[in-house]
Design a protein around this ligand. Structure first.
Ligand SMILES: [Fe+2]
Ligand SMILES: [Fe+2]
Length: 407
């Protein structure tokens, strides 16, 4: 049974929803799955834009067959070689013997690395270079290389006739397609935006510079629609400017929201209590946006996305075997791996029987050029009554800093 959607005149979504995958890249949990987007452009030459994960092959092949409706497939263009998009190429080439596989020099190299025994691509590969064009009839496709907007060989495809942008993994999102495929049905939904941000920050985040290069490259183009490889498509002015504005912030590591994101670890509850007290003092001082998250409990990807979203973070941790508590150590390293920088940060540490946890935390974060707010707040095993004043002072310093920020 086919499951396809028309997304533009003579352009059809032939992708699939995957609700069975537990973790994207076996890293990031997927409470509401993910879609693998693939599109057919029908013209004098019929083009398939990207494939899907091989786990979804049956539905995918039925979708392609349904939309082609007896016509042949001339090209499959694969904008990057991650298996969630290229795992089905050989099956397409086997099913459509006249179809050519379009990619760049690195595409074929990666394809051969992933599928060394595949024979269907032999003699059927067309290599494109940055700026090359492919005319398919009424529509004309121009290829724009965008290295590291996820993978080194990524390119995107700009349809010059009507200004349609096939953006590979950029502007994608976690979550399956829930009936609606147009982004206008999702952009005002905060939980969807949280998943969109979590996708971008954790998967592409580190390469913000490459994303800003891409945004510069396409800023002169008229864009009437964006077709990403995951999540909804952007087809109206409001949705397009909404997502371009978000990407401008995310790619430049600018916070979106004035607020305090407290990230804590705790073994026996004493460090947790200090976090609760700080959050409560911030509330009493009138801070509106406060998040309080336990690194031991929550998938890092959520806390990392929020660390990019909020202006201020407080890292609360303790010594563990004279080092930094391992969960916090792992969290901070993963956070830094997403390019985390330019935030206003503070620390609460529990020294208990001694060690270097605070020094380790600071050295992990050092490359991010952060601004330190307030005095480091140190407790030994548990907070004492007369330390309440110190935690109040830390809350005041953070509040004052928030009041002086323009976001
Ligand atoms: Fe990818
Ligand atoms: Fe992808």
């Amino acid at each position: 049974m086919q499951f396809t959607k028309k997304v533009y005149e003579n352009i059809y979504w032939v992708g699939t929803n995957d609700r069975g995958l537990k973790r994207f890249e076996n890293m990031f949990i997927l409470p509401n799955g993910v879609s693998y987007n693939s599109y057919i452009i029908k013209d004098e030459k019929n083009v398939l834009m990207d494939g899907v994960d091989s786990s979804a092959l049956r539905t995918f092949l039925e979708n392609v067959d349904y939309v082609l409706n007896g016509e042949d497939l001339d090209y499959i263009i694969v904008q990057h070689m991650e298996p969630d998009h290229c795992g089905s190429i050989d099956f397409i080439l086997k099913t459509y013997p006249n179809c050519k596989f379009v990619g760049n020099a690195k595409s074929i190299k990666f394809f051969k690395q992933f599928y060394p025994n595949d024979k269907f691509v032999d003699g059927r590969f067309i290599e494109i270079r940055d700026g090359d064009e492919l005319n398919i009839g009424k529509r004309n496709l121009k290829f724009i290389f965008a290295p590291m907007v996820h993978w080194p060989e990524v390119f995107m495809t700009y349809e010059t006739t009507e200004g349609l942008f096939f953006s590979a993994d950029a502007f994608g999102s976690f979550n399956v397609i829930e009936g609606h495929i147009q982004a206008k049905y999702y952009i005002n939904n905060d939980s969807w935006l949280d998943e969109n941000r979590r996708y971008y920050i954790n998967i592409v985040g580190k390469h913000g510079k490459m994303v800003t290069n891409l945004l510069k490259k396409v800023s002169g183009f008229k864009i009437n629609a964006i077709f990403p490889l995951h999540g909804p498509v952007y087809e109206d002015k409001d949705s397009i400017s909404f997502i371009l504005d978000k990407y401008d912030k995310w790619a430049n590591f600018k916070p979106e929201t004035k607020g305090v994101n407290i990230i804590f670890s705790s073994m026996y509850g004493n460090t947790e209590l200090a976090s609760d007290l700080l959050a409560s003092k911030l509330d009493e001082l009138g801070v509106e946006n406060i998040r309080l998250r336990d690194v031991s409990d929550i998938d890092f990807s959520y806390i990392i996305a929020d660390s990019h979203k909020y202006s201020n973070q407080v890292f609360v941790a303790m010594n563990y075997n004279a080092e930094l508590y391992h969960k916090m150590d792992a969290f901070l390293r993963e956070l830094v791996g997403t390019g985390y920088k330019n935030r206003h940060i503070s620390f609460i540490h529990n020294y208990s029987w001694g060690g270097k946890s605070l020094d380790i935390a600071k050295s992990i974060l050092e490359s991010g050029k952060h601004k330190y707010i307030g005095e480091d707040f140190i407790i030994n095993s548990s907070m004492t009554e007369n330390q309440e004043r110190d935690i109040e002072n830390l809350a005041k310093a953070i509040k004052e800093d928030l009041d002086n920020q323009e976001i």
